[in-house]
Design a protein around this ligand. Sequence first.
Ligand code: NDP
Ligand code: SOE
Length: 259
Amino acid sequence: MDLGLKGKTAVVTGGSVGIGLGVARAFAREGAHVILAARQADRVQEAAAAIAAEFSVQAQGIACDVATAEGCASLIAAVEAAGGADILVNNAGTGSNETILEAPDDKWLDYWNLHVMAAVRLARGIAPMMQARGGGAILNNASICAVQPLWYEPIYNVTKAALVMFSKNLAAELIPMNIRVNAINPGLILTPDWVKTAKQLSGGEWESYLQSVADEHAPIKRFGTVEELADFFVFLCSDRASYCVGSTYHVDGGMLRTI
Ligand code: NDP
Ligand code: SOE
């Protein structure tokens, strides 16, 4: 299937590792140019250089913190300098671990800024550039936890749920400009972040710890790979998904326990 993405430009936040890197690589495989954003400069620039070399597309890594207004402004400026973009994937994010009674206000606000305000600010800056190019696609990476919480991370659950509702509202506002907005709720996807967590929590037996997590939560009884998820992202951002607007799609090995 030709996705028609050759020569398009895709911005991927959190593009230096894990899901974001897999999504950026999948765009590049289709011939799209990519702009990756992450805080650690070396890692994001090396990821971009590797993509450019492997797929013969333009790729640049922008070091910025998308949880801040300044970080979003610098990414928006870089996108403008590159001539605009057709696709924005808001992927930067991370899990949490707290109780509601003990977590301070600042922690709530930090996660709100990372999971919600980054998507608000980047849409405000980049959607007009998409409109000038005739349209585009915005895809927000939320989580199954937006609808089916894991109880140790209430701040994560609440802010990801807000991101899903934001996506629905943004979709209605932008579709007159031929910009399609959707969200994805992944389940358990094996990324370096999960391996790190498993090593911390398991006392050495990290692989069997991960298997126990998969056995408990996912009927398919395994983690998904970044590649299994990334192709779905790329499809949704292509014209092949032209009637997909304002929806949230689960890619979760059966983890969602409702219809
Ligand atoms: P990783 O921790 O492996 O990667 C996170 C990426 O985001 C890195 O590139 C990181 O780079 C970047 N990042 C983090 N904070 C910021 C910030 N403030 N500004 C800019 N970049 C930032 O995470 P995953 O790949 O596992 O997860 C990616 C997304 O997918 C997250 O939003 C997560 O909530 C969601 N998700 C993941 C699931 C999973 O099972 N893995 C399941 C459901 C959802 P740097 O540190 O250099 O900034
Ligand atoms: C607009 O340029 C566009 O082609 C969108 O209509 C698509 O959905 C996507 O391919 C991004 O760009």
